[in-house]
Design a protein around this ligand. Structure first.
Ligand code: MF3
Ligand code: CO
Length: 253
C-alpha cells in the first residue's frame, strides 16, 4: 500500500475520530488509582468508545483481546488487561487506545504515574513525551520522514535511554496501520517527502535501559529484555504546509 493523502472531507472525519479519542484518554487518565485492575481500565475505555457510537479498533485486531492496551512498568506495549493485574502506587502505566469513527481510525498513547513515582520513572515519562514533540518539529510538508525518526532517537539517546527498534509508528486513516512505517531512530536514508494531508501516528517507545525487547508467551505483551522501565507516548498528527495539527490532543481544555 502507498501513503494516502486525505481530502478535506476525510480530514474532518479524522479530526472528529481523534477528538473523541482525546476525550477517552483524558477520562482514563483521571480514573487511574492504586487498587484498580488493568481490566477495569479496558472496560471504562471500551464503554466510553461505544458510548460515542464508535468502534474500538484494537479489539480483535489480529486477535488482540481488548480495546485498550495497558502496559505496566517494564511492559513496553500491548499489555493485555487482566482482573489480576492491580495498579500500585509508584507504577507507571502506558495506555494505548484507538477508535473508528465513520470509517476513520485514531490512535494515541499516554504513560501515567500511579501516585508518586520515582524521579527516574518521572524523567523517563517526561523525556518520552518530549521525544514526540522533538520529532514533530519535522512533521511538516517538505521535510523528510526520517528527520522525525532521527530527532526522536537523538533526544532519547541524549539521556542514555534505549529506543525500541522492533516496533514503529505508522500512517493511519481508513486503516489502523497504513504506510509509511515510522521508526523512532535515525535511518540511513532520509525517507519519503512529507505532504499536506498525510495523517501519521508518531509513537516513541523508550526504555530506561537497553532497547532490546522480548515477547511474552501470550504472544502480545512486549517487555524490556533487562527488566527496565519503559514509556510510550503517541498522537495521530495531520501534516500541513505549516505546523502539524496534533489531532489527538484536546485544544478546548
Ligand atoms: N496502537 C498500536 C499501534 O500503534 C496498536 C495496538 S495493536 C493491537 O500499533 F492489537 F492492540 F491493536
Ligand atoms: Co499506533
Amino acid at each position: 500500500m502507498s501513503v494516502t493523502i486525505k481530502s478535506q472531507k476525510e480530514i474532518e472525519l479524522m479530526r472528529e475520530s481523534c477528538r473523541l479519542l482525546s476525550i477517552v484518554h483524558d477520562e482514563l487518565g483521571k480514573s487511574l488509582k492504586p487498587g484498580m485492575s488493568t481490566f477495569e481500565i479496558d472496560q471504562l475505555g471500551e464503554d466510553m468508545i461505544r458510548s460515542f457510537g464508535c468502534i474500538p479498533n484494537f479489539k480483535n485486531y489480529h486477535g488482540y483481546p481488548a480495546s485498550v492496551c495497558v502496559s505496566v512498568n517494564d511492559e513496553v506495549v500491548h499489555g493485555i488487561p487482566s482482573k489480576k493485574r492491580i495498579l500500585q502506587e509508584g507504577d507507571i502505566v502506558s495506555l494505548d487506545a484507538g477508535l473508528i469513527y465513520k470509517g476513520y481510525h485514531s490512535d494515541a498513547a499516554r504513560t501515567h504515574g500511579i501516585g508518586t513515582v520515582s524521579p527516574e520513572a518521572r524523567q523517563l515519562m517526561d523525556v518520552t513525551k518530549q521525544c514526540f514533540f522533538e520529532g514533530i518539529k519535522y512533521a511538516k510538508a517538505g521535510c523528510h520522514l526520517y528527520e522525525i525518526s532521527a530527532a526522536i532517537g537523538a533526544y532519547a539517546e541524549s539521556f542514555g535511554y534505549g529506543v525500541v527498534r522492533d516496533l514503529v509508528g505508522h500512517g493511519i486513516g481508513t486503516e489502523l496501520h497504513e504506510d509509511p512505517q515510522i521508526p523512532n531512530f535515525a535511518q540511513k536514508k532520509r525517507g519519503i517527502k512529507l505532504q499536506a494531508g498525510m495523517t501519521l501516528a508518531i509513537e516513541p517507545m523508550i526504555n530506561a535501559g537497553t532497547y532490546e525487547v522480548v515477547w511474552l508467551d501470550d504472544d502480545w505483551t512486549v517487555v524490556t529484555e533487562d527488566g527496565s522501565l519503559s514509556a510510550h507516548y503517541e498522537n495521530t498528527v495531520l501534516i500541513t504546509d505549516g505546523e502539524p495539527e496534533i489531532l489527538t490532543l484536546r485544544r478546548d481544555v
